[in-house]
Design a protein around this ligand. Structure first.
Ligand code: PHE
Length: 343
């Protein structure tokens, strides 16, 4: 037995815990261990001595590892036995049950909306939430003095890169419509996509939140007509709210669509007889839509003689509220588990 093995054996006898065993293992076989140090002496030896010396170290290593493994097994079972007898396990104690988390209602409804449009061949697009004035307004034909630009509705971001504050050229997007422009600038028709995401408006009460979610939709191709828009939206709403739900379109105005429409569906709560939610009308406004205004096409260089298209935009919280009967939009953002666990 080599001197190394003799000291090792003595040291092993003194070991009583697995932690100490681990230390001993690294002391001998670790990167900076005794055996590694011995190997470093190898190059200094005369060539005919090297083989025997190397083999000796290797044999020691095999022996050491074997004994450590063997001893470790004994220690582990000893430690388990000690633990079991010192702290008796009361298997009658109640367990601590952790309620699983769930998906947020906005997430659930967005997934449902996405599924429906993807099944109809739509792709999903995204755009930035900090948006330039150009994409959020200008390119969408929203003129400088349009009320939608009013400070009351729009969160302006002051840009200071030129050392000056108050340059209102960036905003938190007030709708998902700027994604229309970004995608059209990048690609040629045919286009068929939805663009979900967060939008921001300086507004807060029981039915308005400074941040909420919209889904934008855009279809551009040859021969796209208003009846295509109507058919698509009716089909969509019947998938979400059931095949019986009545849908109607009312003339409306958006600077980036012409003609424009407000889409209503029959009140989900009173089934059209009139209630508090629909303010007695039997109808609930669910989204804005229309044929893409030729000015918008010109802004992205699309030929208005060749292409036509329609766009629509809806609020996700609004759809979720109707589906689940939620009457206060603030519930979505408070993180109250009593609310969230119901979905
Ligand atoms: N962007 C409009 C809004 O936020 C909705 C809309 C989208 C209307 C697309 C028409 C076409 O109110």
């Amino acid at each position: 037995m080599t001197a190394t093995l003799e000291t090792f054996s003595k040291e092993l006898e003194a070991v009583t815990t697995t932690a100490a065993l681990r230390e001993l293992r690294s002391k001998y076989t670790g990167k900076k261990g005794i055996l590694t140090e011995q190997l470093k002496k190898l190059p200094a030896l005369a060539p005919h001595e090297r083989a025997a010396f190397g083999k000796q170290i290797n044999d020691d290593k095999v022996y050491i590892e074997e004994r450590l493994k063997e001893y470790e097994k004994q220690l582990i079972s000893k430690e388990i036995k000690a633990k079991l007898s010192s702290a008796p396990l009361d298997i009658t104690l109640p367990g601590c049950y952790k309620k699983p988390g769930g998906r947020h209602p906005v997430t659930i409804v967005l997934a449902e909306i996405t599924d429906i449009f993807v099944s109809m061949g739509f792709t999903i697009e995204e755009g930035p939430e900090v948006e330039s004035d150009y994409y959020n307004f200008e390119a969408l034909n929203i003129p400088r003095n349009h009320p939608a630009r009013d400070m009351q509705d729009t969160f302006y971001i002051e840009t200071t890169d030129d050392g000056q504050s108050g340059d209102n050229s960036f905003v938190l997007r007030t709708h998902t419509s700027p994604v229309q422009i970004r995608v059209m600038q990048d690609r040629r028709p045919p286009l068929r996509f939805i663009a979900p995401g967060k939008v921001y408006r300086c507004d807060s009460d029981i039915s308005h939140s400074p941040m909420f979610h919209q889904v934008e939709g855009l279809v551009v191709d040859r021969n796209i007509s208003f009846s295509n828009l109507k058919g698509l939206l009716e089909g969509f709403l019947k998938k979400v709210f059931g095949p019986e739900v009545p849908v109607r379109l009312r003339p409306s105005f958006f600077p980036f669509t012409e003609p424009s429409a407000e889409v209503d569906m029959g009140c989900y709560f009173c089934k059209g007889s009139g209630c508090r939610v629909c303010k007695g009308t039997g109808w609930i406004e669910i989204m804005g839509a229309g044929m893409v205004d030729p000015r918008v096409f010109r802004n992205v260089g699309y030929d208005t003689d060749t292409y036509s298209g329609f766009a629509f935009g809806m609020g996700i919280e609004r759809i979720a509220s109707l589906k689940y009967g939620i009457d206060d939009i603030r519930l979505y953002y408070e993180g109250d588990l009593r609310f969230l666990r119901q979905f």
